[in-house]
Design a protein around this ligand. Structure first.
Ligand SMILES: *[C@@H]1O[C@H](CO)[C@@H](O)[C@H](O)[C@H]1NC(C)=O
Ligand SMILES: *[C@@H]1O[C@H](CO)[C@@H](O)[C@H](O)[C@H]1NC(C)=O
Ligand SMILES: *[C@@H]1O[C@H](CO)[C@@H](O)[C@H](O)[C@H]1NC(C)=O
Ligand SMILES: *[C@@H]1O[C@H](CO)[C@@H](O)[C@H](O)[C@H]1NC(C)=O
Ligand SMILES: *[C@@H]1O[C@H](CO)[C@@H](O)[C@H](O)[C@H]1NC(C)=O
Ligand SMILES: *[C@@H]1O[C@H](CO)[C@@H](O)[C@H](O)[C@H]1NC(C)=O
Length: 814
């Protein structure tokens, strides 16, 4: 008893000493040192952006708190290292950072290691690569988007029992590989080999390698149709992606029948035989079937695929299907996701099997010829035909589970039916590029709705108040309509709004201060309207926070060109398998589903998915805004694009703009700005597009340093009092070179009889105009050419011309 009393504190001391050494309050010392060694090995191969911010100087700093590191909460051992995307190297053979397995050996409890996208050329021999795999807890290894070649397969020796997921996608594997190569991984469940140059996956008799494999990604390789025979070797396989290969040739029902345990099959981007959908009925466990962009044509078969009673998701988009939807589709009652977009389906949806698919959550019918009756003769009289043509189907109102509805580009007409107000779970609505008219019913007020795309329609009236109190709305795209009136004050209630696009309408009045309440706004496009008054200085309150602060490799714009258009709206089963980009230069997770068009750098880019998180900008161009540019706008430090061109703004360019360090595109052209261009603007080092042309600026142009060394005259032209390179030299004596601005007052016209001149001018003008109208009316080719011309024409009536001519001819030529 006494002993216990005297030594009661011993266990406490032991515990304190233990945690003091090994970091109850921090990470283990040996792991901290190992992390710093890792960092030291990277230092020569990357730049400060991609470098992990690990504090080497501060001994007290807890490495469990460091970015890219995750520790177990009870043991404080490092369990996860996400060292992806730290090194960028554009060369074929990879960067210089080799895989040095010794560096990872101290992390004995490591479960997850991500080294993807580091241009790793290979591993260093004799540095413990074998021992690396004895890290007994390692379950997930990401080596994707590097330059490993076939020799990595030889290094997989021994028994690697813990590993469940191996990612080797987008590397330099080539030729044929053997299932035997993976025999060390006897518990592997997921294997990703997409985006290599593999042409055969040789199956060996009697081997039971990869017997637990459930997920196999072989997409973007050089496999041929025989690959299905090898795949049969994996008895547990549930998910298979063999898209983007050379799968020409037809499968027999027997071959497909051998895969009847498969739950998900992706064949996207591979040409497959038209008979496939006939035969696929034997794969009776299928829940997801994706044949996007598979060169399929003709009409959908009236049997076979409809027998897949477990089917929950089917993607038939981007093929050349035509004709009406077969009635057997009505049997696919488990279907939740149906994508028929980008085909040539015809027929009136009202008489289609679609109304029977009552479990649908996602329906995409974009870019088809639906709603044009297959046979005109079905309709007894023309007026009835006209009524049915292209109206939005009211039965959609009965699909109460519908979450996402995409019917863009279908020549739909008429108003949005009130029946749709019953689709209470609708969160994503895209009816863009149709001929919808009228307004949106005010009962259409689902609080679930997050994204609304009604751009390029004929909607009229004021901005619909259906969304009035919706604090969940993220995207509101009403571009290219005929909306009138003001921006309502209730706009300030839309507290989640991130994208507001009102471009090309007939809106007028002041830009309300309530807009400044939208704290989550990323994109604001009010261009091509008739907004007047001054720019509210409170706009600077919008923090324009991009959800991700990190610049992407090579600046924000890099990779846009290679970014693929995808529509993973709902969190579907297929989302994981479909969302990756084989080119590897732009790796993002498409978690968000929105798409927006926004003009920067003189072109319209479509932003999809997560890219919106990086995009922040304001376009107020082509309005009637007056007054000075509020200096407060210089506080919007995260903005990347600002366009205030084609207004009547006066006063100076605020010096505060030099704070806009992330700005990539700044257009202040065609205003009445005066004073000097602040020389501090040269501090904006990301600037790629800059224009102050056609103002009344004076003084010297900014020093030609940083990005400013790349801007030519077009950035400055039309400012008679402005001088300095790249314009004319300021020291030149005499008036600036004759400008195009001032022609009257010269003596040129006097020897022409002005009356004769005017009459002939009017006659010629009318003749030319009539001729032009006639040509444009008759000939679609010239019409298109004319619009192209209009698009590039930049002059003072620019805004007017662009908008009105487009509207006049309903700018949607096939
Ligand atoms: C690999 O890492 C170990 C441990 O840090 C180091 O001793 C060794 O020199 C490295 N090897 C090479 C080739 O850099
Ligand atoms: C595979 O790539 C290696 C280089 O990594 C090359 O030497 C070899 O010829 C390639 N084999 C095939 C079949 O393309
Ligand atoms: C489908 O495509 C094939 C090859 O591209 C072509 O030969 C065939 O005529 C097409 N069938 C239809 C119905 O368009
Ligand atoms: C669809 O189901 C109906 C009965 O519900 C059946 O008569 C028909 O044959 C089925 N069609 C197909 C193609 O399976
Ligand atoms: C939505 O509209 C319905 C019918 O007009 C109305 O009863 C309901 O109160 C509205 N809900 C909201 C949140 O405005
Ligand atoms: C700014 O807006 C005008 C009018 O919309 C457009 O012509 C110009 O290209 C835009 N500037 C930039 C840099 O995108």
């Amino acid at each position: 008893m006494e002993l216990l009393g005297r030594y009661w504190w011993w266990p406490v001391v032991l515990v304190l000493v233990h945690f003091g050494m090994n970091g109850c309050f921090g990470c283990w010392e040996q792991e901290r040192i190992a992390l710093l060694e890792l960092k030291a090995s990277i230092v020569n191969y990357t730049d400060e952006y991609h470098f992990p911010h690990w504090d080497s100087a501060d001994k007290e700093s807890d490495c469990c708190e460091w970015e890219k590191v995750k520790c177990d909460i009870t043991t404080s051992r490092v369990i996860k290292l996400a060292l992806n995307s730290m090194i960028y190297w554009s060369g074929e053979s990879g960067g210089g950072w080799y895989f040095n397995a010794s560096l990872y050996l101290p992390f004995e409890e490591l479960q997850y290691l991500d080294l993807s996208s580091n241009s790793i050329p290979g591993w260093i021999p004799n540095e413990g690569f074998e021992r690396f795999f004895t890290l007994g807890k390692l379950e997930v290894l990401h080596l994707g988007y590097n330059s490993f070649n076939n020799s990595i397969l030889q290094s997989f020796s021994g028994t690697i029992a813990s590993l469940k997921e191996l990612h080797l996608n987008s590397n330099s594997l080539n030729g044929s590989i053997h299932i035997q190569d993976f025999k060390a991984f006897n518990n592997l469940e997921e294997l990703y080999l997409g985006g290599n140059h593999i042409n055969d996956f040789v199956k060996t008799e009697d081997s039971n390698s990869l017997s637990k494999l459930q997920v196999l990604d072989l997409s973007h390789n050089n496999f041929n149709a025989q690959i299905l025979e090898s795949v049969v070797a994996f008895p547990s396989l549930k998910i298979l992606n063999i898209g983007y290969n050379n799968l020409e040739g037809s499968y027999t029902t027997k071959e497909l029948g051998a895969l009847n345990n498969l739950e998900q099959l992706y064949l996207d981007g591979s040409s497959i035989d038209n008979s496939f959908l006939h035969k696929v009925g034997v794969m009776n466990s299928l829940e997801v079937l994706s044949v996007r962009n598979c060169n399929l044509n003709g009409s959908l078969p009236a049997q076979g695929w409809c027998e897949l009673r477990k089917l929950q998701e089917i993607d038939l988009s981007y093929n050349n299907f035509e004709g009406i939807l077969p009635s057997c589709m009505a049997n696919l009652t488990s279907l939740r996701v149906l994508d028929l977009s980008n085909n040539h389906f015809t027929g009136n949806i009202v008489h289609s099997p679609l109304p029977s698919l009552t479990s649908l959550e996602h329906l995409s019918l974009s870019n088809n010829d639906f709603l044009i009756p297959a046979t005109m003769s079905t309709f007894s009289n023309l007026s009835k035909l006209k009524d049915l043509l292209g109206m939005l189907p009211t039965w959609l109102g009965n699909m109460s589970g519908l979450n996402e509805l995409v019917m863009a580009k279908n020549q739909l007409e008429g108003p949005i039916p009130v029946e749709w107000c019953k689709i209470v779970k609708l969160s994503f609505l895209d009816l863009s590029e149709n001929n919808l008219s009228g307004s949106i019913p005010s009962c259409f007020n689902s609080s679930y709705i997050r994204s609304v795309y009604l751009n390029k329609n004929w909607l009229s009236g004021p901005i619909p108040c259906a969304f009035k109190n919706n604090s969940n709305l993220v995207t509101l795209n009403l571009r290219d309509n005929f909306l009138i009136g003001n921006i309502p004050d209730w706009i300030g209630n839309l507290s989640s709004l991130s994208i507001l696009l009102l471009r090309e309408n007939h809106l007028e009045g002041r830009i309300p201060n309530q807009l400044c309440l939208l704290q989550n706004l990323n994109l604001l496009d009010l261009s091509y309207n008739k907004f007047s008054g001054t720019i509210p200085h409170c706009l600077s309150n919008i923090t324009l926070v991009a959800s991700s602060e990190k610049p992407i490799f090579g600046g924000f714009w890099a990779g846009l060109s290679s970014y693929q258009i995808r529509m993973p709206y709902l969190k579907t089963k297929s989302t994981n398998m479909k969302d990756w980009n084989p080119t590897g230069d732009f790796m993002i997770d498409v978690s968000e589903t929105d798409e927006a068009e926004f003009t920067t750098k003189n072109r319209i880019d479509s932003y999809h998915g997560d890219i919106l998180n990086y995009m922040v900008g304001i376009d107020l161009s082509c309005n009637k805004l007056v007054g000075e540019i509020p200096p407060q706008l210089g506080m919007m430090s995260t903005i990347r694009a600002m366009n205030l061109s084609h207004n009547s703004l006066t006063g100076p360019i605020p010096t505060t703009f030099s704070n806009l360090k992330l700005m990539e595109s700044l257009d202040l052209s065609y205003n009445n700005l005066s004073g000097k261009i602040p020389p501090e603007l040269t501090e904006i080092t990301y600037l790629e597009v800059f224009s102050v042309a056609h103002n009344n600026l004076s003084g010297t142009t900014p020093e030609r340093k940083n990005q400013f060394g790349t801007f030519d005259e077009s950035s400055y032209e039309g400012n008679p009092l402005l001088c300095g390179p790249p314009l004319h030299d300021c020291t030149k004596i005499g008036p600036p070179s004759t400008m195009l601005v001032d022609h009257d007052g010269e003596d040129g016209g006097s020897f022409i009889d002005m009356a004769v001149f005017y009459i002939s001018f009017v006659v010629v003008y009318i003749t030319v105009l009539l001729g032009l109208v006639a040509v444009l009316y008759i000939n679609p080719y010239w019409r298109r050419a004319w619009f192209n011309f209009i698009e590039v024409c930049v002059d003072n009536c620019y805004c007017f011309v662009v908008v009105h001519y487009r509207k006049l001819f309903n700018f949607r030529l096939a």
